[in-house]
Design a protein around this ligand. Sequence first.
Ligand SMILES: *[C@@H]1O[C@H](CO)[C@@H](O)[C@H](O)[C@H]1NC(C)=O
Length: 339
Amino acid sequence: MAKQALDRKPTLLQRLGVACYVYFIPCFAVVNLLIVLSAIYTWWLCVPWLLYVLYINIGPGRQAARDGKWPTPLRRWWLWKHCADYFPTQLIKTADLDPEERYIFVVHPHGIVTMFAWPCFDTEPTGFSAKFPGIDIHPMTLDINFKIPFMREFLLLHGVCNVSRDACLMVLGQGSGKAILIAPGGAQESLYTEPGTYDLVLDRRKGFVRIALQTGAKLVPVIGFGEPELYTARRTAPGSMRAMMQKMLKTMLGFTLPEAVGVGLFTKLGLMPYPRPLNVVVGKPVSFDPSSLDLNKEQSLDVFVDAYHAQYKTALQDLWQQHKNTFAKERRRSLRIVE
Ligand SMILES: *[C@@H]1O[C@H](CO)[C@@H](O)[C@H](O)[C@H]1NC(C)=O
């Protein structure tokens, strides 16, 4: 395995930058817990907080992540540069994107934490706006992330939206230059994570293709080379107690906990990724070509979805073939679609 990369010692700022992404959920959880605990002494301090929790969970605030209308100053926060340099991260563009069009960035592999998406698409340090001028990107994530006080604002101020169909249609419906980012493999794909492998969950994920056809958005394949190397991860034996718990979490929360370990902020062992290079390749947009279909027959939308999905898979495989020898030298096997 990449020995030098492992021996590289990132600076404290770089480690803090990555920690701000990897640990943001527990950090916001602790802040909220402290507020609740403080109520024992000063109950009135909790009142505005409680109103705010109600507002974002059952009040009008629960719809905030639908339209991507918040300003996004945090995309340029100075610490994110250090986060990108920890690995280091490269955003590699292979084609121009036309700001008169709309796009769905489809990213693979999910890995343990989809680390590569953060310095490339959720934030600016690798030059997204300079490389793709006029493209307003909104990474989509699970609704549950917007239920937690302060974390909701943290995400919204990066332009992150809700991965519901509704929100995808709404953002893309706003006109030219709009883009969303989706990791279709999701939690299921995270369970396949193992160094040297790119096993994807894509065959049964077609929602993003349907949205592309409905909005006229083009699909942009993205491969995050290096993501599988970020943790010492292994697949859980099927049928085991752990596998059952992972499945339960996945159903209940939408995310799960694969068996993985990395480094700590100050220790050798922890939940942060290893400092190994991330090379994120953005492919050419794939536009739907209906010539493979017999348009004289009456076709249901499903037929179009299947055809576009197949075209997308071919484009993704091509992208892999073009770059695997440069960026996946340590692969154990080729990229494959396992379900
Ligand atoms: C996310 O989308 C769902 C379905 O449209 C909606 O019920 C929920 O309120 C949305 N959440 C946010 C934070 O916008």
